[in-house]
Design a protein around this ligand. Structure first.
Ligand code: NAP
Ligand code: FER
Length: 335
């Protein structure tokens, strides 16, 4: 009999999640029925959108209830298949496998991964949801052209690091915004961004003037809040703002008063467009092929931040909300 370890949302977080909002339990796995697959989870992906699932706010996905296993993307190995589609040993990725050691799912909720293409955990990173967010969000929503100045916030994170590199491939002048010198040094020295702004220690407005003398043509926004107020006030004519995420707002209990940025949108005839990566689902194969090619050619590299053990997931998730991660945050659940 298989014993499953699971992480539950014990209490709905109010504001910044706390360790006591989570609970780890052990339970017996049920029998695998006809049409189902039993998966041993190897890698769990921790992503900011999960904070939204923990709240009651209206969303494309239903909210978690207290006592539910936390839903999340993961990569695992099929250890029992009662389907024609999958066999034992297959490596799969699923967006709803959850914070647990084992999951029983139906084929519709998983996809097969080619382990020869890249390390399997990239299926929840550069070759998965965050990678597709960067690729389609930048190219379809930001619409950069060579020579454009592209600014990206949360620039050393899972999505941001890829946005900047894709913009560099496209011949853009790239400025990243991140918290701390170590992250900023990584952006300029290793990822070859043209400049990086440490929003925790530098004056964002002054640095934007310095690094974006002709204004900002594309702003890929991962954070919202005061960083975004500053960038919007530096937009160039016909600028595009791709609203990918507003992590600075996810843990607030009341909306943060902000600058009025509409005058800058008006006078620059700028466009702002929010997007969810899923709107590009029909085109993922194009993005995945292109990203895999760039990785193979060494044009795109990716930084991972790996935490060992499922029981570390709550602490790591809280860290994600506080900028403790450096690169794509993953939990290694099992070998
Ligand atoms: P990530 O950037 O790897 O990690 C989150 C980062 O956000 C932290 O490391 C931290 O970096 C930064 N951050 C946290 N609190 C902040 C604050 N108050 N102000 C400014 N920065 C803060 O996460 P990710 O997976 O790549 O996600 C990035 C954003 O994209 C999130 O907003 C997420 O919701 C969004 N997203 C959207 C979609 C979509 O379909 N629209 C899909 C995927 C992700 P610093 O140390 O630099 O502050
Ligand atoms: C994300 C932030 C928000 C994300 C999805 C959402 C897939 C969607 C939120 C909503 O529907 O309310 O990072 O990633």
């Amino acid at each position: 009999m298989t014993i499953n370890k699971q992480v539950l949302m014990k209490t709905r977080p109010v504001g910044m999640p706390k360790l006591t909002d989570f609970q780890i339990i052990e339970s017996k796995m049920p029998e695998v029925r006809h049409g189902e697959v039993l998966i041993k989870i190897l890698w769990l992906s921790l992503d900011p959108y999960m904070r939204g699932r923990m709240s009651k706010a209206k969303s494309y996905a239903t909210s978690l209830n207290e006592g539910d296993v936390i839903v999340g993307g993961a990569v695992g190995k099929v250890i029992n298949s009662q389907t024609h589609e999958y066999k034992e040993g297959d490596i799969v990725e699923g967006f709803t496998l959850g914070w647990q050691e084992y999951a029983i799912v139906t084929p519709a909720s998983i996809r097969k991964i080619n382990p020869d293409l890249a390390p399997i955990q990239t299926a929840v990173g550069v070759l998965g949801m965050p990678g597709m967010t960067a690729f389609f969000g930048l190219l379809h929503i930001g619409k950069p052209i060579p020579g454009d100045t592209v600014v990206v916030s949360a620039a050393s994170g899972a999505v941001g690091q890829l946005v900047g590199q894709i913009a560099k491939i496209g011949g853009c002048h790239v400025v990243g915004i991140a918290g701390g010198k170590e992250k900023c040094d990584y952006l300029t020295n290793t990822l070859k961004f043209d400049a990086a702004i440490d929003y925790k220690n530098e004056n964002i407005d002054e640095m934007l003037d310095k690094y974006c003398p002709n204004g900002v043509n594309v702003y890929f926004d991962n954070v919202g809040g005061r960083i975004t107020d500053s960038v919007i006030n530096k937009l160039a004519n016909y600028a595009r703002v791709a609203v990918c995420g507003v992590i600075s707002q996810y843990n607030l209990t009341a909306p943060e008063p902000g600058l009025r940025t509409h005058r800058a949108m008006l006078t620059n005839q700028a466009t702002t467009e929010g997007f969810l990566v899923f709107q590009f689902a029909q085109k993922y194969h194009i993005g995945l092929e292109r990203m895999a090619k760039w990785i193979k050619e060494g044009k795109i590299i990716y930084k991972e931040d790996v935490v060992e053990g499922l029981e570390k997931a709550p602490e790591a998730f809280i860290g994600l909300m506080n900028g403790k991660n450096f690169g794509k945050l993953l939990v290694k659940v099992s070998d």
